[in-house]
Design a protein around this ligand. Structure first.
Ligand SMILES: Nc1ncnc2c1ncn2[C@@H]1O[C@H](COP(=O)(O)OP(=O)(O)OP(=O)(O)O)[C@@H](O)[C@H]1O
Length: 280
């Protein structure tokens, strides 16, 4: 029986970290990017292990979104390397190559098949004039699936997994609520079971109650499918709810990195201490 005052388990509590036993799935080294006078990234290293949620936190302008864009191969850095472990996945990824050296077509294919992304702004991730199911199916089409009934069924399954109300799967995203739009983005992102799911402020701008529901969906997906996630947020509450490990960024650099519990309970860097104490 649950003790008085203690919330009954929902099954979505954070599990003990499933970390660092396996080979990393994502490795970046020395990633640097300058825009004019701004050094957006100043030689950043990132390691992500299979099945974990890496949270990236930092103040506005610290380089979080730039780093995520690099992971999604949307931008090319001035320096650095990027590897994804895609062994055993079909179609096979470029073996051992620095992904930053791929040409535009190769990048597009890799991104379409092996990397999922949910943007804060759904206009970046969805075609507002297409149906929600069509948005998800488009992703499956890229992977070579041409059977209409099958495409529709798989799109439906991805929408269901994202806890989207499938009765509305033929509605256009611009007729849906913000929370539903994020669920369509999520369905599109997970439809092909990506090696890594990138989340750029996925719940920022949603009502608090909707935010909590979308985070619950993400946690459920993470628990049931062990999806590897990289979550960028300026909201420490979101990071604390979701992340196994946390990377703290400031002015294009990683100032601290560690297990989420350690970062929140015993932050070492002065900047992290300020962030954590400002939140408490
Ligand atoms: N395409 C671009 N052109 C010029 N400057 C850019 C570009 N992208 C990012 N920057 C600059 O790089 C720095 C890092 O930006 P970035 O968006 O990565 O930060 P962030 O931590 O994600 O901030 P926010 O939480 O406000 O989104 C900022 O100073 C930003 O103005």
């Amino acid at each position: 029986m649950t003790a008085p005052g203690v919330a009954a388990p929902t099954g979505l509590e954070r599990q003990p970290p499933r970390l660092m036993l396996a080979r990393p799935i994502l490795t970046m080294r020395g990633v640097a990017r300058r825009y004019g006078d701004v050094q957006a990234l100043a030689g950043v290293d990132v390691t992500v292990y299979p099945g974990e949620v890496l949270g990236i936190v930092g103040e506005s302008g610290s380089g979080k979104s730039t780093l995520l864009r690099m992971m999604n191969l949307e931008d090319t850095p001035d320096a650095g390397t990027y590897h994804l472990a895609l062994a055993g996945r079909e179609p096979a990824g470029p073996d051992g190559r620095n992904l930053f050296t791929l040409d535009r077509f190769q990048r597009r294919m890799l991104r379409a098949i092996h990397i999922g992304i949910v943007y804060q702004n759904p206009h970046l991730g969805l075609r507002m004039g297409h149906t929600s199911s069509g948005n998800v199916a488009e992703r499956l089409l890229i992977a070579g699936n041409r059977n209409f009934a099958e495409l529709r069924q798989r799109a439906r399954e991805a929408l269901e997994a994202s806890e989207f109300p499938v009765a509305r799967m033929d509605a256009r995203p611009n007729t849906l609520s913000g929370g539903m739009q994020q669920r369509v983005q999520l369905a599109k992102a997970i439809a092909l079971e990506p090696a890594v799911l990138l989340l750029d402020e996925p719940t920022t701008g949603l009502d608090v109650s909707v935010q909590a529901l979308v985070l619950d969906t993400l946690k459920r997906l993470q628990r049931d499918r062990a999806i590897t996630m990289v979550l960028v947020s300026h909201d420490l509450g979101v990071i604390r709810t979701m992340a196994d490990r946390v990377m703290v960024m400031r002015c294009g650099e990683v100032v601290e990195e560690g297990l989420a519990d350690q970062i929140f309970q015993d932050p070492q860097h002065e900047y992290t201490q300020q962030l954590v104490h400002a939140k408490l």
